[in-house]
Design a protein around this ligand. Structure first.
Ligand SMILES: [Zn+2]
Ligand SMILES: [Zn+2]
Length: 364
């Protein structure tokens, strides 16, 4: 079955919570860098009436969707931010308890993702950590594996270092938190289906460092960094209801990958599994059988790794393709690492293909 690739950002704030730019300006920034969609995720606020296509025939269109980032504002220290997509209703009343919130999202046929699970504090800036604390909660769609701004905070041990890095963030952005990748692998190894997404957490905020005041991470810059690429089963056609459902249905399954476009464009990456009379792409399941072969196609030469439950099962460097014949069931995901300015960085992170046990082999 063919798939159609759409790249967009799933974590964006406006002045309705703590962002700096309104929807139209953000849509313009997204169109400028060639994104196909943007999902607004203001804190504890779902806005009706925003969803739709923005743009014109000449310059192209961006699909604007409205989700929400929900958390319990009364809980200290702050924790458990949850990104919700497709609820089409306000879910903040359920913020008091993460389990209740995940359940409410599920009941609303929405997708839910634990945001920045391993977020850390920036002590000198008095910025608190906002990690995922209630780890007994399950039933969510997935994890925000790579949150650009949260991960950037990991590289700010002091004001002087921060002042250097905010003007040259590419120096320190090398990939998602290894702890979050390990968490993802751990959940997958327990048999859970966990969709991984990446996002900007864009606020367009102006920071003041002594005499220097600067919008250090404008929306258009962040939209050219970490995005999520969604592979739909049919092309988007300009019909809001239908297109929104196509995108969210694909994302719910995990037919998606995370792309960091600074080392090079990530569009065109593919990860699939082929067997006799059967095939699957990322997010899908396939039964273990003779000669199930995983196939990776990268947009350019790079180091490709196939990982199952935290173990690298196949790896090659300076290649565009990698194949691996599967002999065990499990969740197989791909990381592609690319050199940029002399440093190897996470470039593409796929969602897993779930190789499932073959019932005919289980018979005595
Ligand atoms: Zn958050
Ligand atoms: Zn956020």
């Amino acid at each position: 079955m063919p798939s159609y690739e759409y790249a967009g950002n799933l974590h964006v704030h406006t002045p309705y919570s703590d962002g700096a730019a309104y929807h139209t300006a953000i849509a313009e920034a997204a169109r400028l860098v060639g994104l196909d969609f943007v999902v607004f995720t203001d804190h504890n606020l779902w806005l009706d009436g925003i969803d739709g296509y923005y743009g014109n025939d000449k310059q192209g269109y961006v699909l604007l969707l409205t989700g929400e980032e929900v958390h319990d504002r009364t809980r200290l220290p702050q924790c458990n931010h949850l990104l919700v997509y497709g609820a089409q209703q306000e879910l903040a009343p359920y913020a008091y308890d993460l389990a209740a919130l995940v359940r409410a999202a599920h009941d609303a046929n929405a997708l839910s993702f634990i945001a920045h699970p391993d977020d850390r504090a920036v002590a000198w800036q008095r910025e608190p950590a906002i990690p995922w604390l209630d780890r007994y909660v399950s039933g969510f769609t997935g994890l925000e594996v790579w949150n650009y701004m949260s991960r950037f905070k990991d590289h700010l041990p002091s004001r002087s270092v921060a002042l250097r890095h905010v003007f040259r963030p590419d120096d320190v952005i090398v990939g998602p938190s290894p702890r979050t990748l390990a968490l993802w692998d751990e959940l997958l190894s327990m048999g859970q289906r966990v969709v991984g997404i990446g996002g900007a957490d864009a606020h367009g905020t102006t920071y003041t460092f002594g005499p220097v005041s600067h919008t250090i991470f404008p929306y258009d810059f962040l939209f050219s960094c970490v995005n999520t690429h969604i592979l739909t089963k049919f092309p988007l056609r300009g019909d809001l209801q239908r297109d929104r459902a196509l995108l969210y249905d694909a994302l719910r399954e995990g037919r998606a990958f995370i792309g960091y476009d600074v080392p090079g464009p990530t569009r065109g990456f593919r990860f699939s599994a082929q067997g006799q009379n059967t095939s699957a792409i990322m997010g899908e399941g396939i039964r273990l059988g003779h000669g199930i072969t995983l196939q990776v196609l990268a947009p350019a030469r790079a180091r490709i790794k196939i990982i199952c439950h935290g173990e690298v099962v196949a790896e090659d460097r300076n290649v565009e393709n990698l194949t691996h014949v599967v002999s065990h069931e499990g969740a197989y995901r791909v990381e592609v690492w690319q050199s940029y300015h002399g440093i190897e960085r996470a470039w593409i992170l796929s969602n897993p293909i779930y190789v499932e046990p073959n019932p005919s082999r289980l018979r005595p």
